[in-house]
Design a protein around this ligand. Structure first.
Ligand SMILES: Nc1ncnc2c1ncn2[C@@H]1O[C@H](COP(=O)(O)OP(=O)(O)OP(=O)(O)O)[C@@H](O)[C@H]1O
Length: 250
């Protein structure tokens, strides 16, 4: 088992929610979430906007403090430094200093992944080529379109050949060709034994490549599905039906 989450709860407190429109002091992120992910598996979380998917991902990655529960990752109690180099992460939204060129930001990520010299150069070329953006190496990020910036995020997340890859909305802003490429890459990664943790609203994609899925609604797990074993024909219909019937108050 590569990842185990037990009874995880995150409540956003006042300091996190200074922009909360309703002026509430607390807002539930996720409540009592438990699941595990096996090595080499494609694992997906689906849920409506605000269901808690990104919150869950950020807690796992140590980017958000949580209130209670336990996260075991690579057999450790949390994501420790020596394991970080085995992780790839595409955030839902990536922010880049716009004045930098593509090559500068890739070198920066390479530095974080402790890559250097000819290996760094090779890996950068390899991942940029994969997403068809190698020719823009010396272009400033300010001049990139939304989809091109998304490809930068995808490329950086593969630079360290991660064992465990977290992709938060990988298809965001991508054209059909790039989307197909992402699907092919996920299949290829799985064949090589990479575990892919996928957070996406595009249920068609999950139907094509997904294996185990958890449905989250209002911060809680509503159901865990094994797409092949449970013989789900139309995931979107199934999902909507499931959410409709869920009356848990947040
Ligand atoms: N910084 C924050 N402060 C307060 N509440 C937050 C904060 N971030 C998220 N939340 C709340 O936590 C809940 C879960 O949000 P989260 O971003 O995890 O949802 P999501 O499932 O990723 O949504 P989406 O599909 O829209 O990206 C929402 O009710 C949201 O308003």
């Amino acid at each position: 088992m590569i990842l185990k989450v037990e009874n995880l709860t995150k409540i956003y407190k006042e300091k996190d929610i200074f922009k909360n429109l309703k002026g509430k002091k607390y807002s539930l992120g996720i409540k009592d979430i438990s699941f595990s992910v096996n090595e080499g598996e494609i694992f997906s979380i689906i849920g409506l906007n605000g269901a808690g998917k990104t919150t869950l991902l950020k807690c796992i990655l140590g980017l958000l403090e949580y209130d209670s529960g336990k996260i075991e990752i690579f057999g450790e109690n949390m994501l420790i430094n020596k394991n970080k180099k085995y992780i790839g992460y595409l955030p839902e939204i990536s922010y880049y200093p716009k004045d930098l060129k593509l090559i500068d930001i890739m070198n920066f990520y390479g530095y974080l992944y402790e890559l250097a010299g000819s290996e760094l150069k090779y890996r950068i070329d390899e991942v940029l080529d994969r997403f068809d953006i190698k020719q823009y190496k010396n272009k400033r990020l300010e001049e990139f379109s939304k989809g091109m910036l998304q490809k930068v995020g995808l490329a950086q997340s593969l630079m360290n050949k991660p064992k465990l890859l977290f992709w938060d909305e990988p298809m965001s802003g991508l054209d059909p060709i790039a989307r197909k490429k992402v699907i092919d890459i996920i299949k290829e990664l799985k064949e090589k034994g990479t575990t892919v943790f996928l957070n996406t609203h595009i249920l068609d994609d999950i139907e094509k490549i997904g294996e185990r899925i958890i449905i989250i609604n209002k911060g809680k797990i509503v159901e865990e599905i094994n797409i092949k074993k449970d013989k789900i024909q139309n995931l979107e219909e199934y999902f909507i039906e499931k959410i409709k019937g869920d009356s848990n108050e947040k």
